[in-house]
Write a protein that binds this ligand. Structure first.
Ligand code: NAP
Length: 316
């Protein structure tokens, strides 16, 4: 079991984690980034990012994350692909256990992001990867000329539905209410697309098909107002009903709200000294790449000040 030491350990490698890494490493601190199981975070599952300032013609999500990674490494941050199993954050040095390694650090920035929320259906689980997906960008091209369904009524669902019309012959949007949560501009785009058909007030009860032979063949939906059930024939079902923060390993140590988002105060501080949080793991309101990057910068500055404070105490 190898023991690694750092001034700043960052869990997560999305825009929050990598921006924190750029700032901390550039401040001459010893920085390790544990990249997690999805290096680059959620942006690696998107296509074009048009609203990240500085790219007037847009940039592909994976390319943007590659740039951030290289920028962090240029200043000496060490990026390691590790899955964190356990943390001990109540005394110094903070200890993070990941795979077979132990990481001892003087400060920690939690930037572990959020993951796709699922409906909780048994058949959604068994057919995941066999027609059920949480990422249209990753899997959309498999559905050329086919019918698919998108579940959800937010910006993600509208974005995925619109994107899927590039490949699919038909896209059903299944939403549990009769009005959308999505922003007006995204709604308008979806409403104007004649390949998209809305299935209102409805919720999937079962994904139809089987894993070995057919993959997904349809989705059984129930109308929540009338109770009426119907089967819609589709080859793919994309779940776009929001995200849940990746915070389970911090439970009982780091304070969170009832949904599991880490509570920050006075900038990016958590309830524990030397522990900071940035990005989607502590933000269920804005959830943008640029706000995540901004809070990663804040966390790096907060961690640096915290470390300077400790150094001051020691030198007294
Ligand atoms: P969201 O805004 O939380 O929307 C989730 C949608 O899923 C809602 O319509 C919700 O229904 C539905 N839903 C939630 N749980 C459900 C369940 N168990 N069964 C059925 N339906 C369920 O999530 P999001 O769309 O992922 O967006 C998250 C944030 O990212 C938002 O702030 C959004 O603006 C932003 N975003 C922006 C862009 C963009 O601007 N390009 C793209 C994607 C996301 P109800 O409406 O009934 O609650």
């Amino acid at each position: 079991m190898a023991v690694h030491q750092s001034d700043v350990l960052i869990i997560g490698s999305g825009p929050a984690g990598l921006t924190a890494a750029v700032y901390s490493a550039r401040a001459n601190l010893n920085v390790i980034v544990l990249e997690g199981i999805q290096p680059g975070g959620q942006l690696t599952t998107t296509t074009e990012v048009e609203n990240f300032p500085g790219f007037s013609n847009g940039i592909m999500g994976p390319a943007l994350m590659d740039e951030m990674r290289q920028q962090a490494e240029r200043f000496g941050a060490r990026l390691m692909v590790r899955h964190v199993d356990k943390v001990e954050l109540t005394e110094q040095p903070l200890r993070i256990y990941a795979d077979d390694d132990v990481f001892e650090t003087r400060s920690l920035i939690i930037a572990s992001g959020a993951s796709a929320r699922l409906l909780g259906l048994e058949t959604e689980k068994t057919l995941m990867g066999y027609g059920v997906s949480t990422c249209a960008t990753c899997d959309g091209a498999f559905f050329r000329g086919k019918a698919v369904a998108v579940v959800g009524g937010g910006d993600s669902a509208m974005e995925e539905a619109t994107f899927l019309t590039k490949f699919a012959s038909k896209v059903y949007v299944i939403h549990r209410r009769d009005t959308l949560r999505a922003s007006k501009i995204m709604q308008d785009k979806a409403f104007a697309n004649d390949k998209i058909e809305f299935v209102w007030d409805s919720s999937p009860e079962e994904v139809l098909g089987d894993r070995e032979q057919t993959g997904v063949t349809g989705v059984r939906v129930a109308n929540l107002k009338t109770g009426e059930k119907k089967d819609i024939a589709v080859d793919g079902v994309f779940i776009a009903i929001g995200h849940i923060p990746n915070t389970s390993i911090f439970k009982g140590q780091v304070e969170m709200d009832e949904a599991g988002y880490i509570l920050t105060r006075d900038g990016t501080r958590t309830n524990l000294p030397g522990v900071f949080a940035a990005g989607d793991v502590q933000d269920n309101r804005y959830r943008q790449a640029i706000t995540a990057a901004g809070s990663g910068c804040m966390a790096a500055i907060d961690a640096e000040r915290h470390l300077e404070g400790i150094a001051d105490v020691h030198s007294e």
